[in-house]
Every structure is written in C-alpha cells, then in structure tokens.
Design a protein around this ligand. Structure first.
Ligand SMILES: C[S@@+](CC[C@H](N)C(=O)[O-])C[C@H]1O[C@@H](n2cnc3c(N)ncnc32)[C@H](O)[C@@H]1O
Length: 304
C-alpha cells in the first residue's frame, strides 16, 4: 500500500540531472522510491517545493532507510547526532568522505555553523559541483548552501548578455560565478575574509576572470564609486532589507534587485520596497524555513 507524498514530475531526459540537484539540495525524500509514469519520473520531495503535487509512493526497504541529511559535495550534514547512522551513510555512497553534525545553528555576521565530525575524514572543506561550475567551500569558515542552485539558474535565465552585476553578499561566490557566465562584469563583495579567500580560489577554479572580489561591508559599497549596476543580488535573508537603500543607490534606473528575505507574511517587505522604488515588484516563495516562516525573493525593478 503506497503513501501520499509531495512529488515533482520530471521529464525522463532531465531526470538524472534533476535527481542529482534534488539530492544536493537535500530535497529528495529518500524514504520513497522515484517512480516512472509515462514520459516523466515522479521524484518524492521532502517539502512542498514550487511545482510539487501529491502522489503515492512505496517506502524503500528498511536497510536502505538512511538518516536524513543534506549533501554538500563530499560532505553529508546530518540532522541528528547519530554516529551509527553516520557510518551507515558513509558506507552507502562512495563519493561521501565526511559526515558532519551541526553543533550550532547558522549564526553571526558571517552566517557560519560549528560542526562535529560523526564519520569519515575530519574536515569541513569540500568541492561542490553545480551546473558545470565547481566551488571550494569550507562549511565552518564561510556560508554555503546548495539549496539555492535553482534560484541561481533562474536569475541567470532572466539576464541579458553583458550586464553589470553586483553580488552584495557573495560568500564563496556561487551567485557571482554562475551569473558571470552571461554578465559583462560581476562585482562580488563579502565582509568575511575567509569567504573572500575562497571566492578568489573559486574565481580561478572556474576561470571567471570577469568577477571582481571585494572584501567590504555592503553598507560601504555606495561610497566606492562604482558606475550603476544593471542587477543587484542581495542574498542575506535575515538582514538584506536593511541594505535596500544602498542597493537602490547602486542600481541603475530600470535595473533589477533580487532581494532574499525571511518572512512570516506575504508582502511583508513591500512597504520598505516602496520607500526606494515605484517600479514593478514580483514576490515568490523560495522554500520554507520553519513553521510559519519562509524564504521569499522579491524581484524589484528600480524606478528613479
Ligand atoms: C547567506 S550568506 C550568502 C552567501 C552566498 N550568496 C551564497 O549563496 O552562498 C550571506 C553572506 O553575507 C556576508 N555578509 C554578512 N553581512 C555582510 C555585510 N554587512 N556586508 C557584506 N557581506 C556581509 C556573510 O559573510 C555571508 O557570506
């Protein structure tokens, strides 16, 4: 007897790539087996992601029922401090090198966590591949989440060639380096020196010579004399709204700001946005964060 579950219907030719992405984003619900149906494969997912529908799935046999985890390159981050489960997880996949348990929540200005090693090589450093790019990350030194990979592709798809892009909270560079594929130039700023160090390594790794790394507080960027940008990415969900006036000052008339924000109500940041522009605003839910709170993205056209 099957169990009703959220799932995504993916065309067969895209299934392998999508399965890899869902695994990296921690969204594939491994308690159930993906199921072919006509021209699509139905992938069970852990939450109601955009496009998800309800369908029935058979549970996988107990021995394959591995602990819940999120994959970041060769590292699995488990939700429970379970060394036995970590060993089973490590043995289940040859590409896994390390299993970590987060000792803290994502915290502080740098948005990092402290980890303990549950199994495997004692490191927090790994290499992540995402849509043809590689990113070296160190999870204890700088923020990285694979969960926004589809957002990065969405913004890339919305861009025109040759744009001038500013990534105000760049971390190790996943937005900046992805968008550099179409941009004329990308300025990528972060105030965490370790993140900027990894960003520079990742620029070299991906030969993204049009990305300019900047070690700076985003609040100071308007004073650095940059010509106006066509597009500004603001991925600091807890605090980005504070920097909206700076982003609007840095963006050209008719340019676009992508503001990521953690919110409890639809349209929560619209009044603030209306203080900086009368332009068009589109809001969408990126993913749920905790009960009653979600990550939203506002695509904001700047009208001066
Ligand atoms: C949520 S992370 C996003 C990193 C990256 N965009 C990504 O998707 O992996 C936010 C980043 O903003 C940086 N940050 C926090 N406050 C900042 C500020 N005032 N100015 C510049 N960067 C800041 C943190 O160090 C962190 O790397």
């Amino acid at each position: 007897m099957g169990k009703e579950q959220w799932c995504l219907a993916v065309p067969r030719r895209e299934a392998e790539e999508r399965r890899r992405r869902l695994l990296e984003e921690g969204l594939l619900d491994r308690r159930f087996r993906p199921r072919p149906e006509g021209d699509v494969i139905l992938f069970p997912v852990t939450e109601e992601v955009p496009g998800a529908v309800r369908c029935e799935f058979e549970a996988v046999p107990e021995r394959l029922d591995l602990p819940r985890h999120e994959l970041v390159g060769g590292i699995a981050i488990m939700q429970e401090n379970d060394p036995g489960g970590a060993e089973r997880l490590l043995a289940s996949r040859p590409s896994l090198e390390t299993v970590l348990f987060p000792e803290t929540a994502v915290e502080g200005e740098y948005r990092t966590r402290r980890f303990s090693v549950l199994a495997g090589v004692p490191t927090t450093r790994t290499r992540v591949t995402e849509y043809g790019h590689s990113f070296d990350v160190d999870l204890s030194l700088a923020y990285f989440s694979a969960r926004l990979s589809t957002e990065r592709q969405r913004i890339l798809g919305a861009m025109a060639g040759g744009e001038r892009v500013l990534d105000m909270f760049a971390g190790v560079g996943p937005f900046a380096i992805t968008l550099a594929g179409k941009a004329g130039i990308v300025v990528a700023a972060d105030l965490n020196p370790a993140a900027v160090h990894l960003l520079i390594e990742n620029i070299a790794l991906n030969r993204a010579g049009n990305v300019i790394p900047v070690l700076a507080d985003a609040a100071h960027l308007p004073r650095l004399g940059f010509p106006p940008f066509d597009r500004v990415v603001m991925n600091l969900p807890l605090a980005a709204p504070e920097f909206l006036p700076a982003a609007a000052a840095l963006c050209r008339d008719g340019g676009t700001i992508h503001l990521y924000a953690l919110q409890e109500q639809e349209g929560e940041y619209l009044p603030l946005i209306r203080e900086v522009t009368r332009g068009e605003v589109a809001e969408r839910q990126v993913r749920s964060y905790s009960p009653g709170r979600w990550h939203a993205v506002y695509d904001i056209v700047v009208e001066k």
